[in-house]
Design a protein around this ligand. Structure first.
Ligand SMILES: [Cu+2]
Length: 877
């Protein structure tokens, strides 16, 4: 009461009113502008003028009270009568500025209530108030000085000052109003579509999301995504689901994935967009379609901004011209200036299909609303095809740290391989860095892509049946660096420009030993791709390629540091029906797999399988039977027959885990594939639960995949003397044996090499030796392939140490035997392993890719001098 009376006496109330008004509106303007330039202002929301006046007016009573208290306190501490006018103004300004700043900052809940939240609202309240107070202070001090000069005057000057104050405020309002109205008027979504065009409508949101990158739980808690509004609940459920099954192996239909929606040539597309993600404003911009400026989804030049504020909505409308060249993936993202949001996942694809196409769920065959994989049934009568939209991207910028499931950060350098930024090289929000796998078994580096040693990855795994027509829509969704898509399999190729080449026909699939030698459009098995680019890959021969092999076909970014850091997966091509893969509707469904006993009585390639022939038929198609003596023993595979029925062949005892990349479809059988979980498929034996080995009933070959994961262990080599073609067979049309024996590889028209093909044999040795690179510099640990007959000369220096170049003619059959004389001591890992991968020739990926992909056999070799016994005396002859 004493303070108030004192304040009244000294005119503090009047001063607080004047200085408070000046400060509330001055600080308010400053903070509104700051927020605008931070990106927190909401296009489509209130104008800058309304924002400023609203914020300042809400804060005004708090500011006046706070300033009044500060002035009274200062007055009581310093007195008045003995100070000059200048000193009184200085004291008043010094007291009022921090008080007003604090009051303005503390009033933010009222502003949030009025204008909605922005990304900075996520700060804890004390931190936010402190931040805003300091930010305000920069402008509050000069404004408070102005206010003090207006409020504290001698005699008649006070009236003049108040007139000036009113004039000043009016001018400010006018300037702000003019500044807020320079944009053009909102043109709306526009009308680009012709009358009668079919309309496809999507309700899309931008949201914040915690993106889990793999089953080891590495994640980006600052992720953002586009999502269909009806999937937001599923996204929230996935965010909090328990590991490891929070994310599926192979991506599948998980709700948290980059949005892929579809439309047809000739369609009109409407997106009803709501921005629920912080850090915006955000919109939707789609490349390569017809739209008017109001559907650009961004903020460019003097156009009306068609992005929207947090919580606001807007409709975008596009026309997809009826033009075959538009088929494929059209990149979708917010407009320019949103690089960070894109780096954390705010991108997607509108895939354009032939006119009248319908889209089917690959698992069920039911109509599909969205998703990276689809079965497309064209409306133009062309064959149905599998579509896989692969979106390559980086996670965060190069300084961003990815979180682990335990709240730590993923290291910037993989401790096992020295690859940089593990988990930051991703496809469709997934990354399967070798680092997490090698932590379990560091010496199995050559099995990094292997499912036997480490399980199937969380990255998008394409699936199909032999001969399925297949198109890959390749998109770069990131913004930082180039990637090089490469598909393994040798015969897996595509035209650079499929539409420009009349020799290309995506629907012409199946075995082709005489693929045309030249094509108008270059045939590729690798495609470099930069930010925002998109390519259509129509795979020659379809699933299994022209050699028609069942198996796992690797694809990855060709840049080693990128695939080691997670940018890889594979294409699993089945030869028998799967419960979770609907056949394409216009194709003959693949056969249901049968167990070995059901092969009896069937005739394959002229050979009828009697009970007596069964073991011979099967044994020749499997690795040698035996129990490995260590996790590096790949000479045998531990298969057997059922105790109750010797005509039932069983695979290895199941790996019971735990391990994140086991299928984990059943708690009792974590290592089992979905086909094993049908009744009767798992047989208990004294050595463990074993799945039945299943077969294709039409040709007696094992159903792919033959093996199951055995975490940490080296897979076996293929049978029949480490044959390079265990599934296809090495030679076509081998004569069927007469008499009491069977040859499962006889009489095949798809044996890898036609039996008339000239055979070339190459014995290649990987060796380590010093290699002179320049006149003065030598690489002490050079490593090269050399022909066995050249090896001694290369070691001795009488033959040059140079990259191996071998030659063959089109139509030749090449048999390469690889051995290693590398040394462990010269390897960074201390454990030498070598393999060999060749492009653009047909081979059986199960054993001749060189790279051990998925459930393929071992194809990397250790130095024989380190592994094999050495004779210490001449052997008796
Ligand atoms: Cu790359």
């Amino acid at each position: 009461m004493i303070v108030i009376r004192s304040a009244l006496r000294h005119g503090v109330v009047r001063a607080a009113l004047v200085i408070g008004v000046v400060l509330a509106y001055g600080v308010g303007l400053w903070m509104t502008l700051l927020r605008h330039f931070e990106g927190g202002h909401h296009h489509g929301g209130p104008s800058l003028l309304v924002h400023w006046l609203g914020a300042a007016t809400i804060a005004l009573p708090f500011v006046i009270l706070s300033v009044g208290s500060a002035l009274a306190l200062a007055r009581s501490l310093t007195g008045r009568e003995h100070h000059s006018l200048f000193a009184r103004r200085a004291v008043a300004a010094a007291a009022a500025a921090p008080a007003a700043s604090l009051a303005f900052a503390a009033a933010y809940p009222a502003r949030v209530w009025l204008f909605g939240a922005s990304e900075v609202d996520a700060l804890p309240p004390p931190v936010r108030i402190a931040r805003d107070t300091l930010l305000s202070l920069a402008i509050a001090l000069p404004v408070a000085a102005l206010g003090a000069s207006l409020a504290l005057r001698e005699g008649r000057a006070r009236h003049v000052a108040r007139v000036r104050l009113v004039a000043l405020a009016g001018a400010a309002c006018l300037a702000a109003a003019l500044g807020g109205s320079v944009h053009a008027a909102d043109p709306g979504p526009g009308a680009p579509c012709p009358v009668g065009a079919p309309v496809k409508s999507f309700d899309v949101q931008a949201i914040n999301v915690d993106i889990t990158l793999n089953r080891f739980g590495d994640h980006d808690p600052t992720g953002k995504m586009y999502v269909l509004s009806n999937r937001v609940g599923d996204v929230r459920a996935e965010e909090h689901a328990p590991l490891p099954n929070r994310v599926s192996t192979g991506l599948r239909e998980d709700p948290i994935q980059a949005l892929v929606i579809r439309a047809n040539e000739g369609d009109c597309v409407q997106i009803n967009f709501t921005n629920n993600a912080s850090g915006g404003p955000f919109g939707v911009h789609i490349d390569g379609l017809s739209f008017e400026s109001g559907s650009s989804g961004d903020e460019v030049g003097q156009n009306f901004p068609s992005d929207v504020a947090l919580g606001a909505s807007r409709m975008y409308r596009y026309f997809v011209p009826n033009d075959p060249t538009l088929e494929g993936a059209h990149y979708m993202r917010p407009g320019p200036g949103n690089r960070q949001a894109v780096a954390h996942g705010l991108f997607g694809v509108l895939a354009v299909e032939p006119p009248g196409s319908s889209y089917l769920n690959v698992t069920t065959g039911a109509p599909l609303e969205s998703g990276w994989e689809a079965s497309i049934v064209p409306g133009n009568g062309r064959p149905a095809f599998r579509e896989f939209v692969q979106i390559y991207h980086e996670v965060g910028d190069e300084d961003f740290l990815i979180s682990t499931k335990d709240g730590d950060f993923v290291p910037q350098v993989d401790p096992f391989t020295t690859s940089y930024r593990p988990d930051a090289r991703a496809m469709n929000y997934r990354s399967e860095a070798f680092m997490n796998r090698l932590a379990q078994a560091p010496e199995q580096e050559s099995q990094g892509y292997g499912s036997y040693t480490f399980g199937d990855p969380a990255t998008p795994m394409m699936r199909g049946y032999l001969k399925d027509p297949t198109k890959i829509r390749l998109v770069h969704g990131g913004g930082e660096m180039f990637h090089v898509f490469h598909l393994h399999g040798g015969g897996d190729r595509w035209r650079f420009n499929p539409l420009a080449d009349p020799t290309n026909d995506y629907g012409k699939t199946g075995l082709n030993k005489q693929a045309i030698e030249t094509s108008q459009s270059t045939r590729l098995d690798s495609q470099a791709i930069g930010p925002g680019e998109s390519y259509n890959l129509e795979i020659e021969g379809g699933a299994g390629a022209v050699q028609q092999a069942a198996g796992d076909f690797l694809y990855h970014c060709h840049i080693a540091e990128h695939y080691i850091s997670g940018m890889w997966s594979f294409w699993r091509v089945y030869n028998t029906k799967q419960p979770d893969l609907a056949p394409l509707p216009d194709r003959v469904p693949p056969p249901d797999a049968v167990d070995s006993s059901q092969l009896i009585g069937k005739t394959f390639n002229g050979t009828t399988i009697s009970a007596g022939y069964l073991d011979c038929w099967i044994r020749q198609q499997l690795p040698p039977q035996g129990v490995p003596h260590s996790d590096q023993d790949s000479s045998v595979w531990n298969w057997t027959t059922a105790p109750s029925n010797p005509q039932i062949y069983l695979g290895e005892p199941e790996d019971k885990g735990p391990w994140p990349d086991l299928p984990n479809l059943s708690a009792a059988h974590p290592g089992s594939l979905i086909t094993d979980l049908a009744p009767g498929q798992i047989v208990s034996t004294p050595s463990g639960d074993r799945p039945k080995i299943m077969f294709d009933p039409t040709n007696g070959r094992p159903a792919w995949p033959l093996m199951r994961p055995h975490i940490g262990d080296r897979p076996p080599f293929s049978g029949n003397g480490h044959t390079g073609a265990p599934w296809l067979g090495e030679t076509g049309n081998v004569p069927i044996p007469n008499g009491p024996s069977v040859n499962p590889y006889a009489g095949r028209n798809d044996g890898l090499c036609p039996n008339s093909a000239p055979l070339r044999k190459f014995n290649v040795v990987a060796i380590t030796l010093p290699i002179k690179n320049t006149k003065t510099l030598t690489d002490p640990t050079g490593m090269i392939y050399t022909l066995a007959q050249d090896k001694d000369g290369v070691y001795a220096g009488t033959k040059p140490a140079q990259p191996l170049a071998i030659r063959s003619n089109i139509g030749d059959c090449d048999a390469v035997t690889l051995t290693s004389e590398e040394t462990d001591a010269t390897q960074a890992s201390g454990f030498a392993k070598v393999n060999m991968h060749i492009h653009h020739v047909q081979f059986d990926p199960n054993a001749s890719d060189g790279v051990i992909t998925g459930m393929s056999y071992e194809q990397s070799v250790r130095p024989y001098k380190a592994e094999d016994p050495t004779l210490t005396a001449a052997a008796a002859v």
